[in-house]
Design a protein around this ligand. Sequence first.
Ligand SMILES: [Zn+2]
Length: 779
Amino acid sequence: MDYYFQTNLICKTNPALRFSKHQNSKTPASVNERMVLCLRKATPQFNISRVSISRLFSTILLTKPQLKTLILNQYSHGRFTHLIQNVVASPSFLLTACHNLNPNPNSSNSVWTQFSLTQMAQQLAKNQFDIKDCCFNVGGPHGEVLVLPNLKLKVLIEAIRIVLECVYDDRFVTFSYGGRVGMGRHTAVRYLKNSVENPSWWFTVCFDDVEFGFKNVDRLCLVLEKKIGDGVFVGMIRRFFEYGVVRIELGGFGLGRGFPEECGLSAILLNVYFDAFDKEIQELRLKTNMENPKVRVDDNVFHKPLKVYAVRYLDEILVITSGTKMLTMDLKHRILSFLENDLELKVDRVRSAIHSAANEKINFLGMEIRAVTPSFLHPPMSEKAMRAQKKYLRQKEVERLELRNARETRRKKLGMKIMSHVFKKLKRSDGFEFDYQIENEVAKLFRTWSSEVVEEFLGSIEERWSWHRKLTTGDFLSLKRIRDQLPQELVDAYDDFQYQVDKHLAPVKAKSALEEEERRVQEQEEQMYAERTVKDLTKLCIMVNAPIELIRKAVRLAGFTNNMGRPRPINSLMVLEDADIIKWYAGVGRRWLDYFCCCHNFKMVKIVVSYHLRFSCILTLAEKHESTKREAIKHYTKDLKFFDVDGTEEVHFPTEKEIKMMGDKNLSDPKPVDGALTVTLIRLASDEPLHRCIAHFCNRTDTIVYRIHLLQNIRHVNPRDAKKWVPGLGAVHESLNRKCIPLCSDHISDFYTGKLTFQDIDCTSFVDVDRVTAAAQRS
Ligand SMILES: [Zn+2]
């Protein structure tokens, strides 16, 4: 149903809303009142008197359907209008945005103490909100400047993001990942692994490392205006770009990593910008599917219809075809010219080369992707493994049998005990009268037992076979000379017995049944082998690997290992508390494990975390306390346990067992390790005056000031130098180096363990320690 029609219908059926519209024409109702009416419709139980509206309203948190209803209500004649005035400029909408920004919304209610949402809403409604006033310049020592929004502006940005998500998210194509609900990296990888069949040629689109220019911003605004008929709204986004609060750098490893330089709006704006491109590819795919329909063929003919696949994660684009190289080149030409001409983006044509899927691996999403045969991906069990499995099963069977025999023996002993007891009693009482005949009971019991035993033995072919062998071996009675000397009855009885044995234990039948079973197993194996071979010859699937060489290089760059690849201590961390050292290592390790859990060679990443990181941590602790590695392990154990101030045991580093059990289960979009690996926070030695914690909406003042140290500055490596730096590893902006941030104990812990990123702290509230100390010295 059309949105416009929907709203119209609501007005017709809801007298309260019609009344409000009518009233609007004379005296404009406040945004809050209009919203309440709107919400009443969304949730019928939402019914409060007008007097209490304003009081109640400041504490109402909107749910997702409520947000959606509010925004969809602004839809008329194909466009959304008055979004700032009627939606964003309301305290409850801003409050919802605040809660989205809060890393743990349950723990704090401090929104009101930092700034007034009501006042902010009024400013927005009158279009008097000063964006420039909320932008802060953070400068580095070499003149680099980064513009960051303060908390107030972050709330506005989040509110705008909610609106954009509501307007656009349902319209994006299925292969657009990143910055969307339930569409993260793991989902993209799962799509590649499960849905792409027979890839033959592929390419990734590489952008020249340039920022979104004015040209692009103009285009973006034009795209936005198609759906959003609110000049104030689009104007605000334009000003964000002008002031530098929103910066989009394509191909610069800065997106989706939780860096301070990335704005909350970047992802969704990028998705909006690329939507035309996505639609173009979608059309192309549909056209290819129409021209190459799937035809029904017999099992003996292999039919592979031509397919085009695409995955876009923010600014990373991968296109795969199952066709010829010529076709792929043609496709690439069309895609690149669309990006260059229609989207006005600069593409690096040399790096966007076409690769053969089967022979060359390609880098995408920080992982290595290759096309392999199914048996390479899931290799059949080796002879040795099969033998081991058989041996294990046999052992299990023997154990089971022994257990059963022991039980039988115990039961028999107990039965005999009871019997003798009853018998003794009977003897002593001399003719004690029973209600029933005990002999009959015993006979019945024995009958059932014996029939059970016989059934069990005759049920198994192998048992019958061995019984037959036992009963027929050593039959000297079949020798003629002996038979002649024996009485006729005995010989006859023997013959009869042998006949019965043959008849009932049927060795021929038993043997053939055994052979049949053997043949069946062999046939099954042969069939599986044939299937596997045919699949290998006709099918290719996608293998996703963690770039283990790059991870090793990153491990070396960060100082976890020496040039020989052996774990070593990291000197710069030794000034931290023991708990913080462990937490920092845990944060890096857990992020790596989380990021690569969908990879085929996840095992290798596990080794890096479980061995290199763990022992580097142990060595750092040992070096800090000037003890040996053995002593450190004795104190902290290999699981790196420690006790917090209250004496409770804490384990942050994943234990060896936990790592072993990890697998491809995580589906939420993982944060890459870059943000944790390239930053260390070092506690300041001097006593600072008390500052408020700068995590969003944290009111605690019992904070400690930490200084940010960036890896590129510790190692003196320029992140743009591909030879020395690890390709694909993003770096935090230079201007944040040596800045000081106050954090409370909870939030520093969250920051170390990776639960909190720079996105969740207010980077504009740095403490200028050097100036404070200089002032103190002067006075
Ligand atoms: Zn805090």
